[in-house]
Ligand binder design. Sequence first.
Ligand SMILES: [Zn+2]
Length: 343
Amino acid sequence: MTKIKDIIQELEQIAPSPLQESYDNAGLLVGDKNEVVTGVMYCLDSTEEVIDEAISKGCNLVVAHHPIIFTGLKRLTGSNYIQRTIIKAIQSNVAIYAIHTNLDNVLYQGVNERIAQQLDIENYKILAPKSELLAVEITCNSAAKDLAKDLNIIFSSHELAGGETQFHCIDGENLSLVKGQFPAILKGLVQKICTTYQSNIIQSPVYYKIQGSTSRIGSGVIGTLEEEMPVEEFLQFLKDRMELKVIKHTDLCVDSIKKVAICGGAGGFLLKKAMAKQADIFITSDYKYHEFFDADNRIIIADIGHFESEQFTIQLLCSIISEKFSNFANYCTSVQTNPVNYF
Ligand SMILES: [Zn+2]
């Protein structure tokens, strides 16, 4: 029997909750994590219609990208769509879980990797890596080599460590020192491995922050097309692949597209990074009139719409869980939750 907490654990192995931005409210928003899962509905926005759809399909968990509760709720009287959704979810025993900026901030199986794949982008990397590295020093007895070896094995296969983390062992006369550096988010993993060596560790591990950036954690992605594409051809390709009705873009200041920067959702804060890395085009959404001027004929800003940019996240989440669990049904919502229409 799979419980809601098992689904959460699976998803947060890919995108740990502490990777969410400080303004975010991702996580389990409604429901009891110990309930047995009867079915899961995946969506970008957990609207009332999505809760209805979940109920009709026998699902007691909705996994959304956007947290429906974002700021505090002071009363629950059904006076707006957020309150009505929460009331309906509670009354129908449907849990709501959101995986938001934590999923934006990981490369592997993240929101932006999914867009890059949709556009056949190659050699993609994080556009703005997070610089949250920790170093550790562990004073041990003779078992230190095995501890370093174990740490290396586990970290080399961890998607958030990116195979760059190296632990090594410095042998002293009586004691040895295991040293290494790793993305700060993985401190718990180091601690867990250390507990299995508890009897060999002489002094509690010492952690300290260091300069340097992670390669698998951060916002946006940047990569290249296999072959350079004439700019108008690329825009048509973008439209087809991302199922767009419209692209809002700045002047077509380049003839062809090779290097592509991407940020699903509101990514304007990454424009400077995209320019610094000489992207030909920056694909994102939620641009305001004055912000389009910032392209300054050095890059093409392509605003493809917030919903449109993130829509494939629904399939992404569904496939992550359906590949791991087979004892309940998984559904991608058929409700079109985009609040923006085009005429
Ligand atoms: Zn979004």
